[in-house]
Design a protein around this ligand. Structure first.
Ligand SMILES: [Zn+2]
Length: 298
């Protein structure tokens, strides 16, 4: 199976040497979470690459969306290919693990389920792509995986470990003879807490339980609201907001076309002019909030 989706053919490679690498878990994470940031840097001629650890096999998909596809994975890769073209990504690279689903689902028990792989195995894969693509800036989820999805947490741990291992020639030599490479900055995407708390408030007002949010009722918004992360970079994506919405709409089987309606649409319009990041490395300056992830990159 092809590990890379060749979006290079869609978007001309740029002559810049700036590279941004996002390491995420499922098709749609790139658009729903950080689509504005990815689109913005692609427009600035940064080579934006995505490592996607799974093909989203455990996603809930209605039968009409599956027409013309042989599997959920095929459908979701196709949706990702659509989004990647719109966002202007230079490459999409799969790690070929399997979507673990939410805790307690039968997908947890699949031998390839991402969340249940040894950390060192996933780290070796991410290290390979850091050495291959040579990004100055690496992005991934926050330590609770945004909304506590086990796959998000697993790939966050592996990416953080790989970020520091990639520059050490003694670690994860995979026989590919790629030289060690040290990226300069590591950021974790964080969901704005104001948005989460507002969601909790509105759900309670409507008599709904914020501990069972989302299409499948498996997102505990109340628990997410109780954890805070500092904001060290705030990316204003308004110049590419339409691109972000179009890319989200590619993920039709995951409700991407509904991102601008209902409670989610209102929250996105109210809080949605920036994407926020916590700087994991190097240690951020006290109180400083960067407007550019490449600030200070040499
Ligand atoms: Zn995800």
């Amino acid at each position: 199976m092809d590990r890379s989706v060749g979006v290079d053919q869609i978007n001309q490679p740029s002559i810049t040497s700036c590279v941004l690498l996002a390491v995420l878990a499922h098709p749609d994470d790139e658009s729903f979470g950080i689509g504005g940031t990815l689109a913005l840097y692609a427009q600035r001629d940064v080579q934006v690459h995505l490592v996607c650890a799974t093909r989203g096999e455990a996603g809930e998909v209605s039968p009409e969306h599956l027409q013309g596809f042989t599997s959920v994975a095929d459908l979701r890769v196709s949706e990702l290919r659509c989004a990647a073209g719109i966002l202007g990504l230079s490459g999409v690279h799969f790690l070929d693990y399997r979507d673990s689903g939410m805790p307690g689902s039968s997908d947890n028990r699949h031998p390839q389920a991402l969340a249940y792989q040894p950390l060192e195995k996933v780290t070796a894969d991410v290290t390979h792509y850091i050495r291959l693509l040579k990004p100055q800036v690496v992005l991934t989820f926050d330590p609770i995986g945004g909304y506590r999805h086990p796959d998000h947490i697993a790939i966050q741990k592996a990416t953080e470990r790989a970020f520091f291992a990639a520059g050490n020639p003694a670690e994860f030599t995979d026989g590919s003879s790629l030289p060690a490479y040290t990226p300069q900055k590591l950021y974790f995407h964080t969901i704005p807490r104001g948005m989460v708390r507002m969601g909790v408030f509105i759900l309670r007002l409507g008599g709904k339980d914020p501990a069972h949010f989302g299409k499948n009722g498996d997102i505990d918004l109340a628990s997410i609201a109780s954890v805070s992360f500092p904001t060290h970079a705030r990316i204003d994506y308004r110049p590419v907001a339409k691109i972000r919405d179009q890319a989200s709409a590619c993920h039709e089987s995951q409700g991407g076309g509904n991102m601008s309606v209902g409670l989610m649409g209102w929250l996105r319009r109210t809080f949605g002019s920036t994407e926020n990041f916590m700087q994991a490395y190097p240690a951020p300056a006290n109180g400083h909030v960067a407007r550019d992830l490449f600030e200070g990159v040499s």
